[in-house]
Ligand binder design. Structure first.
Ligand SMILES: [Zn+2]
Ligand SMILES: [Zn+2]
Length: 207
């Protein structure tokens, strides 16, 4: 069974499964509901680690502890900011790799690391000038077929898994090829245009 790269759970069927991203329906909906960039989540994860490190260091340096532990605890407390900075990357990786960690912060942080979400608020909402080229590349990477229903030889759109308006990126992991029908279902709307007729400027922000 495929694993969702955001919650790390296994699913019979994922919402999107491209050669670049596997994501379940819950995570797709959650990331679009949170409407948050990733920096706050990394800060929360950092704060969690800081609290844990301080607690351990204080416990280590308590008078009842063996001498080697007291020394270790005192060393960390004496130079806490440096010790914390050094420990942060490794511990963040460990926490993100643990499937038990499924809260919002971890989903957002994983989505950022997978290239789906912005780290901080982007300046403006525009599409890149080379959107036509970017989207053509995505169709090619997806084998010119809808990654949802498998349709080929049909009008193919490029969809943002996390919407642009919800801080989704234009990076290739956040982009999937959908046929017009699946794309209309996704947005619960009927398009009166064909994507190939569009210029990037005419695309609404949440597509
Ligand atoms: Zn998931
Ligand atoms: Zn389709």
């Amino acid at each position: 069974m495929p694993t969702c790269k955001i919650c790390l759970r296994k699913f019979q069927k994922l919402r999107y499964r491209s050669p670049r991203i596997c994501i379940c329906g819950h995570c797709t909906n959650s990331l679009n509901d949170y409407r948050e960039v990733a920096e706050y989540s990394f800060k929360s994860i950092g704060d969690l680690l800081k609290t844990g490190m301080l607690k351990n260091a204080h416990a280590d340096s308590s008078p009842g502890a063996p001498k080697w532990r007291q020394e270790r605890g005192q060393k960390i407390l004496a130079n806490f900011d440096v010790e914390f900075k050094a420990a942060l990357p490794l511990w963040t990786n460990k926490l993100l790799a643990n499937p038990e960690n499924r809260s919002k912060e971890f989903k957002i942080a994983r989505a950022y690391r997978r290239g789906l979400l912005h780290f901080d608020r982007p300046i403006g909402w525009g599409y890149p000038n080379n959107w036509r080229e970017v989207s053509a590349n995505i169709r090619a990477l997806d084998g010119y077929s809808c990654i949802s229903c498998g349709a080929v030889n049909t009008e193919l759109h490029v969809h943002h898994v996390v919407y642009v308006s919800n801080f989704g990126t234009h990076q290739k992991n956040n982009l999937v090829t959908l046929c017009r029908r699946c794309h209309e279902e996704e947005h619960e709307t009927v398009f009166d245009f064909g994507e190939d007729l569009l210029s990037p400027e005419s695309l609404p922000a949440n597509y």
